[in-house]
Design a binder for this molecule. Structure first.
Ligand code: C5P
Length: 233
């Protein structure tokens, strides 16, 4: 059972922000791989002084446990077992960002029992504090449908593949654009077509298309969307 909070410390509680006095501020950010959602979500969490959870790490850590145990994503019992045993110490991004782990994560993420095993921690994350930013695929639809602030971050698949290639190359991993593009398309198709909690824009989510936006522009635009929703409330 997961116990720890991620990216949450006392300093964050003292940071200035423009939350208009909202308490338990939950910001749900969803979108496909490579859309820039995680970088954006982290910047927003820092800006608002909120706890931050990248929920993709939970599925990636489950995938890693499974692979380390010599099992495959077809083994639903082993996958559920792996998901149930995830601890916060398993969520180190440095060990989880390989392409094989990403692909296996999207396979285990289609197993209902895995999603159930990981749900409670996500739902409780940030409760009782000032609030939290959660980023993933189903935050606005399943994990926190009650969130007042929901942003669906998207970008063209070509742009996402370009970004993913750059990220991999910066990490010293040889990446071929055509392969990365194909892997992204496969992962998108799997994430969008699964029966349980597919990648889907919540009806009340605001869309942010980052295809032609730098991270700074996307950050400014996201803050504008949040401010608009606050004013509309
Ligand atoms: O976001 P990231 O690429 O790290 O996520 C890895 C995989 O985990 C995704 O392809 C998706 O299948 C799964 N995932 C999910 N629900 C989330 C977060 C991630 O199904 N909330």
């Amino acid at each position: 059972m997961l116990q720890a909070k991620l990216r949450y410390d006392d300093d964050m509680l003292d940071q200035p922000n423009d939350m208009n006095g909202e308490t338990n501020f939950i910001l749900a950010i969803d979108g496909p791989a490579g859309s820039g959602k995680t970088t954006l979500a982290l910047k927003l969490a820092e800006h608002f002084g909120l706890a931050f959870l990248d929920t993709g790490l939970l599925y990636r850590a489950t995938a890693k446990k499974l692979l380390d145990a010599g099992a495959t994503a077809d083994d639903e019992v082993a996958a559920e077992h792996a998901a149930s045993s995830i601890a916060a110490t398993d969520l180190n991004p440095d060990q989880l960002m390989t392409e094989i782990i990403g692909q296996t994560a999207s396979k285990v993420a289609a197993i209902p029992a895995v999603r159930i095993a990981l749900l409670d921690f996500q739902r409780r994350f940030g409760d009782g504090g000032k609030g939290a930013v959660l980023v993933g695929r189903d935050i606005g639809t399943v994990v926190r449908p009650d969130a007042k602030h929901k942003i669906f971050v998207t970008a063209s698949v070509e742009q996402r593949a370009k970004r993913r290639c750059k990220q991999l190359q910066e990490r010293g991993v040889a990446a071929i654009y055509a392969n990365v593009l194909e892997e992204l398309c496969q992962r998108d198709a799997r994430d969008r077509s699964r029966v349980v909690a597919p990648l889907l824009q919540a009806e009340d989510a605001l869309i942010l298309d980052t295809t032609d936006q730098s991270i700074e522009t996307a950050f400014e635009n996201a803050k504008t969307l949040i401010a608009k929703r606050q004013t509309a409330a």
